[in-house]
Design a protein around this ligand. Structure first.
Ligand code: NAD
Ligand code: MG
Length: 393
């Protein structure tokens, strides 16, 4: 799911290096030309493009090349391939709330789900983890920090959805690079462009997560993701800035031991880990040369510079519908920023206003989650309409 994106491409690159897993289906949004190339190389049985026109163009091109690949379209078709009986492992790497239905379908049908789409857990954490327990699905984190934490848990804790936070864990420490604006002044932040925000110093990623990394909303979403994934309360999760992105996260135990996972900043490492778990396979990533690496630094995050991180931690503490509102308002604000309809510093303003103005009880069903998501998106969109072009700088 999301085969034409950054995580999708890294996943196919890991699969290229080994023969034991074949690709049954691929799903993506609208980039049918790249999907055509993937069909030529990986020969899936079925592909789904969310976009109808893209699906039609792909089907015509496949026919022209006499490639026997079935083409589907839309969310329902994505959910069908995610839960198909021929499938045992699903990589959930669609970006944003759009990734939730197919990731949940995979979990509900008991697959091994490699979860890159953190927004699924932020929106529907409780339902998602409960569905995994009910169906016996195995959820393996792909987000590099959560994958690092998972690797630092004892095998006993890794093997059961119930005990993923085994006794003896005192805290998990999420490391954060701090993104491209770690040292930017408030004045500089006023006028940053989408191009600057997407230029991450260590990782090459899709646009939305790159902007989230620049605002540190990404770390905030990961904070919420960690609480649900490892069944932790917010006091057990700590964020530490580590600009070199070599230590991907740590687990602190009650005896004072701290276990960390290190590696090159390359998503093929967590992807290969999860694809082979509990075995190991080659990923294609370069090996660490610690003697030649820069000094490793760690520091506390500056919440004034990164209000998105503070808002997300507050939403994790508030629980209920707050993470749903945070995620939806952020998605709309980031899309608006990428389209130059608002400034970088207005992203947290929009998220904060939506969090203040939308109140509802704990969303206990998917319908309620989707309703809160819809309300927050509509409110954020209205706010953006009210901005005059250029009024932010
Ligand atoms: P990306 O923008 O590069 O790719 C997104 C993929 O989703 C593309 O294949 C796109 O076609 C597909 N897509 C978008 N909208 C869709 C829709 N409505 N229906 C079906 N498919 C749709 O994003 P990415 O950087 O690969 O990130 C994917 C997910 O993984 C995100 O949730 C992100 O937070 C998470 N993640 C990414 C990285 C990274 O290094 N890129 C690291 C950790 C976690
Ligand atoms: Mg991450």
């Amino acid at each position: 799911m999301g085969s034409t994106g950054s995580v999708g491409l890294s996943t196919l690159d890991v699969l290229r290096r080994q023969q034991s897993i074949s690709v049954y289906a691929l799903g993506a949004g609208s980039n049918w030309r790249l999907m055509l190339e993937q069909c030529r190389e990986f020969r899936p049985e079925i592909v789904v493009m969310e976009d109808l026109m893209a699906a039609e163009q792909l089907a015509a091109a496949l026919k022209h090349e006499k490639l026997d690949v079935q083409v589907g379209t839309g969310q329902t078709a994505l959910c069908e391939i995610a839960s198909a009986s021929e499938v045992s492992i699903v990589m959930a790497a669609i970006v944003g709330a759009a990734g939730l239905p197919s990731a949940l379908a995979a979990v509900m049908s008991g697959k091994t789900v490699l979860l890159a789409n953190k927004e699924s857990l932020v929106m529907a954490g409780r339902l998602f983890t409960q569905a995994a327990k009910d169906s016996g699905a195995t959820v393996l984190p792909i987000d590099s920090e959560h994958n690092a934490i998972f690797q630092c848990l004892p095998l006993r804790g890794q093997q059961s959805n119930d005990q993923i936070a085994p006794s003896g864990v005192r805290k998990v420490v999420l490391t954060a690079s701090g993104g491209p604006f770690l040292h930017a002044s408030p004045d500089q932040l006023l006028s940053v462009t989408p191009e600057q925000a997407c230029r991450h110093p260590n990782w090459s990623m899709g646009q939305k997560i790159s902007v989230d990394s620049a605002s540190m909303m990404n770390k905030g979403l990961e904070f919420i993701e960690a609480c649900y994934l490892f069944d932790l309360n917010p006091d057990q999760v700590k964020v530490l800035i580590h600009p070199q992105s070599i230590v991907h996260s740590m687990v602190e135990y009650i005896d004072g031991s701290v276990l960390a996972q290190l590696g090159s900043p390359d998503m093929r490492v967590p992807i290969a880990h999860a694809l082979a778990w509990p075995e190991r396979i080659e990923s294609g990533a370069s090996f660490l040369d610690l003697a030649a690496s820069p000094d490793l630094q760690f520091m506390e995050p500056d919440m004034e510079r990164f209000p998105c991180l503070e808002l997300a931690i507050a939403a994790a503490r508030a629980g209920g519908h707050a993470p749903v509102v945070l995620n939806a308002a952020n998605e709309i604000a980031v899309a608006g920023f990428l389209e130059r309809k608002l400034g970088f510093l207005q992203i947290p303003q929009i998220v904060e206003k939506c969090l203040e103005q939308i109140s509802c009880p704990e969303p206990v069903s998917m319908d309620m989650i989707l309703e809160v998501d819809r309300q927050a998106r509509a409110m954020a969109e209205d706010m953006i309409l009210g901005f005059r072009p250029g009024s932010w700088c």
